[in-house]
Design a protein around this ligand. Structure first.
Ligand code: NAD
Length: 700
């Protein structure tokens, strides 16, 4: 390994003892996971690795040389064995006879499935020829920020020679594909001492005949580049130093929470998007810097970066030295429109007769000086990853502009990648979005029986969910369980007492910061109480009114404010009760508060309609299972009112119902789902009883 200063250098994590018992393909997986686990080596989903291995041929039992190479999609850091495609090397070599030249290189992708070894269903990626033809057993291709900083400099060829001498070659920019595979083969064959190559504006290739050697070479070359950059940029302030101040963390978050719903509304007219906020140091340094205004419009270079981030970010007009958030918010519609016009003009300038249709022309990355970076995508993970990619791009620009002049890709090259027919085919293969994809729901009482069943139902259909509950620990527990099933990106929890105005405002601001806004409010937090009227204390009466009536008013009011800022409609569902329609013995406070809830919903349906905000009510009855209400005082009181126990009550409610069925939290969740989904797009001001049939509660 090259001698590097102590500190931020990649360490050799290879464990000989572990690797000793591994087959060659297992060693490839081991190496891939080690490399991909460090984002300094490659970005999420970026790069690929391969090994040429002798295998027993299932046809005839002889030995065959097989290329194991990361298949289409996936990420080398987290992939498993099934992420590799396997192809016969002799068939891959034979493809050269079919190659009609660079103008036809895309058709070579169609031949790759014919080379499949052992019926492996993993589709081979466009990068397969880049590995196949390098005359070495092991090949790594990674997108290290340090290497791309050199690759994206105007004099990257000279810099590569200066840093690496003859051991690392250099190839000019070429779209990945069959032709680039042949270029790499030629370079490696003509220079047998070479250990890899820098690809202009793209990344690094390294190779060796041994798995561990290949791994060590990759680390060594990246460390060498990082050290060289560090030495060359020592003493120079990054991006020319700060131009504007960076605001304190709490102010940054508050500003982002105000901006995100407005931006979200502006870019979600066709399909709802989810937002992500990032104010890590690298971002803050860039957006406050002298060079920011000059570098941001140049766009990202590595194709992997701009496929996720779009070529250029949107710079938000905000002056942290003299903040005027209202002015900034007022500037956003025109800024979004200008970006769309600019992107559409780029499409028109570069399109070819067979180009796919114009895609969503809105910005993905929004940069706010002194505040941070906001990214939007159709789902939360993609929004987060797009942000990570832009941080890669920032790192590249920082390194490159410290030692040279940074250059983005020529516009036409960028377009040809972005609107590549093969890229379009990949998009077309993506599964259809789920019914609630891109939607954000805030569920009050989310830690409880009906609240958590509802959250799960909405998550299952692709929504992001904030569980808001007075019991913060219980909500965090429920959220942690759901994150295991639906992913960390999809679910959050927040402490909120629905009766406290500031709690409610903060919970909505939290949702805006975490997901970009809110589309769905499920107002469900609740309690139950039972007492004859003479024994109903004022405190008990007020408690019911506070939580079930005032609390529903407060959360709806906050939801309305946010939904109006977004301007893309929304859905509010109140979980009331059969008791809001039908009188029930010894429960006057509860029944009256629930009746107030139902009428509040009707009033809000009237007010919200012109803004596309629908408000509906689901009335449960006797949902004993899963409900915390039915494990406390209420249970004892109802049991004593009807002179029975819990089982007896459940049975009593079941047999009392017209349909003779028990009502479960999942049944209520289905009703709520109907009102939040587009299936009920034309329903507002309605009440849906989910009570197994109760004639007293029939609406009229
Ligand atoms: P649950 O007790 O399991 O859940 C209610 C949740 O609300 C709890 O997690 C609780 O911590 C939370 N909560 C209570 N006060 C709060 C406050 N001030 N701020 C924020 N969160 C608060 O009960 P559940 O059965 O899931 O009830 C949910 C809703 O359904 C309630 O509004 C209830 O009145 C209504 N409902 C339930 C039934 C039933 O039989 N379970 C019948 C009719 C109506």
């Amino acid at each position: 390994m090259v001698a590097t200063p102590a500190g931020n250098r990649l360490e050799n994590l290879w464990d000989d003892a572990k690797a000793a018992s591994m087959s060659e393909s297992e060693k490839l997986l081991y190496r891939s996971n080690l490399l991909g686990s460090d984002k300094r080596v490659t970005n999420y989903g970026g790069g690929n690795t391969s090994a040429k291995v002798m295998e027993t041929d299932p046809l005839g039992g002889g030995q065959a040389e097989v290329l194991w190479v990361k298949g289409s999609g996936g990420d080398i850091g987290s992939m498993k064995m099934d992420g590799f495609s396997t192809l016969y090397m002799d068939k891959l070599r034979a493809l050269k006879g079919l190659y009609r030249g660079v103008a036809f290189e895309d058709e070579m992708v169609g031949y790759l499935p014919h080379c499949t070894f052992n019926l492996n269903p993993r589709a081979a990626s466009i990068d397969t020829p880049l590995h196949a033809y390098v005359p070495k057993k092991h090949v790594d291709h990674v997108h290290s920020d340090a290497i791309i900083a050199i690759a994206a400099s105007v004099n990257s060829k000279e810099l590569t020679a200066e840093i690496f001498g003859d051991e690392i070659g250099w190839l000019p920019w070429k779209k990945p594909g069959y032709e680039l595979g042949l270029w790499l083969e030629k370079l490696a064959t003509e220079n047998p001492g070479m250990r890899g190559a820098v690809l202009e504006s793209h990344g690094l290739f390294t190779w060796a005949d041994d798995a561990k050697d290949c791994y060590l070479t990759t680390l060594e070359i990246i460390n060498k580049a990082a050290t060289w950059l560090e030495v060359k940029s020592a003493g120079k302030p990054a991006f020319g130093g700060a131009k504007v101040p960076t605001l304190p963390a709490d102010e940054r978050r508050a500003i982002a929470a105000r901006l995100m719903p407005v931006i979200r509304g502006l870019i979600s007219k066709e399909r709802h998007k989810i937002g992500h906020f990032d104010d890590q140091d690298a971002v803050l340094e860039f957006v406050a810097s002298q060079d920011f205004a000059r570098l941001a419009p140049l766009g990202t270079s590595c194709p992997d970066h701009f496929l996720r981030t779009k070529i250029r970010p949107q710079v938000v007009d905000f002056d942290p030295a003299n903040p005027d958030l209202d002015k900034t918010i007022a500037s956003l519609p025109a800024a979004a429109e200008a970006y769309r016009a600019d992107y559409t003009a780029y499409y028109e300038r570069c399109k070819k007769p067979d180009s796919p249709a114009l895609r969503d022309p809105n910005a993905v990355v929004w940069l706010v000086p002194g505040v941070g970076m906001i990214t939007f995508a159709l789902d939360r993970a993609t929004a987060r990853i797009s942000g990570e990619f832009y941080v890669n791009a920032i790192n590249v620009m920082r390194g490159s502009s410290a030692v040279s002049t940074y250059q983005g890709l020529p516009e036409q090259e960028a377009f040809d990648i972005e609107y590549w027919l093969l890229e379009e085919a990949k998009l077309a293969r993506m599964p259809k979005p789920k019914a609630l994809a891109g939607r954000v729901a805030l569920v009050t009482g989310g830690a409880g029986g009906i609240g958590s069943a509802t959250a799960e139902r909405l998550l299952r259909d692709g929504a992001c969910v904030v569980l808001a509950d007075i019991d913060a620990a219980a909500a965090a527990d429920v959220a942690a369980g759901m994150a295991k099933v639906f992913g960390q990106d999809a679910v959050r929890s927040v402490a909120m007492n629905v009766t406290v105005e500031s709690d409610v405002a903060e919970a909505f601001a939290f949702a805006a910061l975490e997901f970009g806004g809110v589309d769905i409010l499920v107002s469900n937090a609740g309690i139950a109480s039972s007492a004859p009227i003479e024994e109903t204390s004022l405190a008990l009466w007020n408690k019911n009114m506070d939580i079930l009536s005032t609390g529903y008013f407060l959360v709806s009011r906050e939801a309305f404010k946010l939904l109006r800022q977004q301007g893309i409609g929304g859905s509010v569902v109140f979980v009331a009760s059969k008791n809001g329609l039908a009188a029930s013995p010894n429960a006057a406070a509860y029944c009256t508060a629930k009746a107030a809830e139902i009428h509040l919903a009707r009033c809000l349906a009237l007010e919200g309609a012109e803004a596309g905000i629908r408000v509906n009510v689901v009335n449960p009855d006797a949902v004993l299972r899963g409900s915390k209400i039915w494990s406390g005082e209420w249970l004892d009181q109802r049991a004593s009112t009807y002179q029975t126990d819990k089982e007896g009550l459940e049975e009593m409610y079941r047999s009392r119902s017209m349909l003779k069925r028990s009502v479960l939290p999942e049944d209520i969740a289905e009703g709520i789902w109907f009102f939040v989904s587009d299936l009920s797009a034309k329903s507002t001001g309605n009440i849906l009883n989910v009570d197994a049939g109760n004639v007293q509660a029939f609406t009229r």
